[in-house]
Design a protein. Structure first.
Length: 188
């Protein structure tokens, strides 16, 4: 199974990159999956302005085509989702809006952080993912007091954080296998 960890913030001074590197390090050590860290900051998406809705499936824009190729490779997604004003970042919404079919019938789980562990942001993100025909899972890792878990510009998750991430990954892999099998039955 190939899982993409998507860093959902592009702000200067963000903590998401360090948290993503921590999650990637733990995930990459597992023999039952491959993992890829995707930083939205590296993609530099303009605010979605293209004439054709992605649900039509005709991607004319080169950036959109590259994004579709990248996202289409995953069997499941782990979204790093900070909470901004009781919601998820606009950069993440914009990146999701660039595609449609590539997200479909694939599971997603979450690492939330910020006020209240990012719970409100993750809850709202789940609603959007349903519209993209994804399977947002109930399992998630909510990180509290993130600012206290840094040392030398690295996120240092607790043993409890690491154990919870392991459970989230177990769930994500089960759903990734199940939905991949289902997609293969549909496409033959």
């Amino acid at each position: 199974m190939h899982i993409q960890i998507i860093i959902g913030s592009v702000r200067e001074g963000r903590r998401g990159r360090a948290i993503g590197e921590w999650a990637h390090r733990i995930s990459a050590a597992r023999p039952d999956m491959t993992v890829e860290l995707i930083d939205l900051k590296d993609w530099n998406f303009p605010m979605f302005h293209l004439a054709k809705p992605p649900a039509m499936g005709a991607y004319d824009d080169p950036l959109q085509q590259r994004w579709a190729e990248k996202i289409g490779k995953a069997d499941g997604y782990l979204f790093l989702c900070p909470e901004y004003n009781h919601s998820f970042p606009s950069a993440l919404k914009n990146a999701l809006d660039y595609l449609y079919a590539e997200w479909g019938r694939k599971p997603a789980s979450f690492i939330g952080y910020g006020p209240a562990g990012g719970i409100r942001a993750v809850e709202q993100l789940r609603l959007l993912l349903i519209e993209l025909n994804m399977a947002p899972l109930g399992s998630a890792l909510h990180l509290f007091n993130v600012h206290k878990k840094f040392g030398q510009d690295q996120f240092i998750g607790s043993d409890e954080d690491e154990a919870k991430l392991g459970g989230v990954l177990d769930d994500l892999l089960w759903w990734s296998r199940t939905l991949r099998d289902g997609r293969q039955r549909i496409t033959g």
